[in-house]
Design a protein around this ligand. Structure first.
Ligand code: NAP
Length: 281
């Protein structure tokens, strides 16, 4: 961005929050925002403003990018399970002397009637599954389906934006779809496939699939966030209000940036406030 004055902001995105923040920044004077996408999906949703696509080449590449583009503020708005990118962002920001903000949605919070089984990894979810059910709805993303390839005795329905690549479970049906979903739609899907167990990451945000599982009375295998040290069922800074925005206000703990000097928020207004304060300096 030669000749640009004002605060140059890099948003590491690929999430609803990243898109929402980029759109909100378009209305703020003095901010020059570039969003970065990993390039995992062939048809990504539209992101407002300038967009770059693809990895930076590790910590060194991101550090070099921050310096060469004279980035004045870095926002890590990646998915809670994108642990590598978050770790790279924390290290590169420290090396380049760029302030880092982590925008992270709260985790899910269980409600009365839920039957959640928290596990630390996708592999642990695969181990536990056969003890809980036989007709499985997998919503962990296409890149983690391979972890269930060795699970025998279960039939799988998986949902992802793009088709999974082998290895996959022998008895697998793939639904290609992208949210937002509705509780009615999720209930109909679970009923149509006689689903008796749901597998999900603790991604946070709106999750009608969890409401549908509660209505149906089936167990949920809940995969914890990377490095999470969260008490079972507690979520991370999660709201208990069913009508609450998926990006609620308030502080968030986050193990992925533990030890770094990053500030952490879980709402778009809080992120805008942080950016505005830096733009005004
Ligand atoms: P990851 O394992 O943490 O990152 C792996 C590598 O992908 C990074 O080292 C980096 O490559 C590149 N990368 C990741 N996010 C990037 C970004 N926003 N811009 C540029 N490069 C990026 O990440 P992941 O779990 O594969 O997720 C990839 C992307 O999908 C992220 O942007 C994330 O927000 C989004 N996403 C992830 C999930 C999930 O469940 N993991 C779900 C929904 C969306 P270099 O080292 O070469 O820089």
């Amino acid at each position: 961005m030669p000749g640009v004055t004002g605060l140059r902001v890099l948003i590491l995105g690929g999430t609803t929050e990243g898109r929402a923040l980029a759109a909100a920044c378009a209305d703020l004077p003095g901010l020059h925002v570039t969003s970065s996408l990993a390039g995992r999906t062939s048809a990504p949703l539209h992101v407002a403003g300038r967009v770059r696509v693809g990895g930076f080449g590790g910590v060194d590449g991101l550090t070099a990018y921050l310096r060469s583009e004279r980035v004045g503020a870095l926002v890590d708005a990646t998915h809670p399970f994108a642990a590598t990118m978050s770790a790279h962002a924390a290290t590169a920001a420290a090396r380049a002397g760029v302030p880092l903000l982590v925008l992270r949605r709260p985790g899910f919070a269980s409600r009365p009637g839920d039957d959640w089984h928290r596990v630390p990894t996708v592999a642990a979810a695969a181990d536990l599954l056969p003890t809980l059910g036989e007709q499985v709805f997998l919503t962990t993303g296409r890149q983690s389906i391979a972890a269930f390839a060795g699970v025998t005795g279960c039939w799988f329905l998986s949902r992802s934006v793009e088709p999974p690549e082998p290895p996959v479970p022998a008895r697998l049906r793939v639904v290609l779809d992208r949210g937002p979903f509705t509780v009615a739609g999720e209930r109909a899907l679970l009923a149509a496939h006689r689903i008796d167990v749901l597998v999900t990451k603790d991604s946070g945000g709106a999750a009608p699939k969890l409401d549908a599982a509660r209505h149906r009375g089936i167990p949920v295998v809940m995969i914890d966030r990377p490095g999470a040290a969260t008490p079972a069922g507690a979520g991370i800074g999660a709201s208990t209000d069913p009508a609450a925005s998926p990006i609620a206000a308030g502080p968030v703990r986050d193990a992925s940036v533990a030890g770094s000097t990053a500030e952490i928020v879980d709402s778009i207004p809080a992120a805008l406030g942080w950016l505005s304060a830096r733009a005004a300096r």
